[in-house]
Design a protein around this ligand. Sequence first.
Ligand code: PPE
Length: 304
Amino acid sequence: MVNKTEKIWMDGELVDWDDAKVHVLTHTLQYGLGVFEGIRCYKTPKGPAIFRLREHVHRLFDSAYIFQMEIPFSKQDVEKAIVDCVRVNGLQECYIRPFVYIGYGAMGLYAKGNPINVSVSAWEWGSYLGEDGVKNGIRVKTSSFIRNHVNSNMSRGKVSGYYVNSQLAKREAIGLGFDEALLLDTEGYVSEGAGENIFIVRNASIKTTPLTSILEGITRDSIMKIAKDEGIQLEERRFTRDELYISDEAFFSGTAAEITPIREVDNRTIGIGKPGKVTQQLQKIFFDTVHGLVDKYSSWLTYI
Ligand code: PPE
């Protein structure tokens, strides 16, 4: 069960958690066109801080723009709603879910006149792929489901309906005894996890999937900046599943997943079967950063 808090922000008002309801004919609920974000807030020595708030809100508006949904609030309004939501619920560390959806009105695919509604919820959410996963790595299965073609779903948008594909992949992987699914793109190259971007390390240099079939992850971007500052070679270049099999290290990145090492793919051990040196180095800097311990990246934090 989700960890209930007191209030949820809905269209400009803070309502009680139990009253944050919609009609069953809410358009997005029926047809899946809604856009959302996942953001984390962490405890720091100076109180709770939201990680890369501006970038997440920017991506939310980009997602809405791609799908011609006009958000009836400004970016500043939404940023404020997010900060307020964390503050009124007295949360120290939490996951935040801004959601833009097509509301109740007409049914049928073309419902241009329906309202565009916005909500912001926040709750305590631990490690997405388990604490043990973050520490020791997870076991991954290449999915029989492929990531959507770039002309069937546009991956710059973070859209509710896209996650049907992710859920199919995830259910299959877990059903087969793995922790997470890896999806390939329509050409057979590695794309991303069900809810994460992927990185591999070979000979101390890093590769991550280019921005074609994947979500432009904000954690991915943070890792790329950190790697550059650390002088670690990194390229955005597509790679195949066998290159992943023979990599020295691999890891997933995402707001929910943070940095989760991959210790096995399709029953093949990755490297030494434990989080490798580069992964651990990046994990340490990333976790120190989100907890407000790295001055260099302090501009990524918004204090509550
Ligand atoms: N790819 C996908 C498909 C994805 O869903 C996410 C985030 C990412 C990459 C990483 O993006 P970023 O969070 O900006 O680094 N997935 C969100 C939803 C997870 C869920 O189960 O819900 C998240 O991590 O919040």
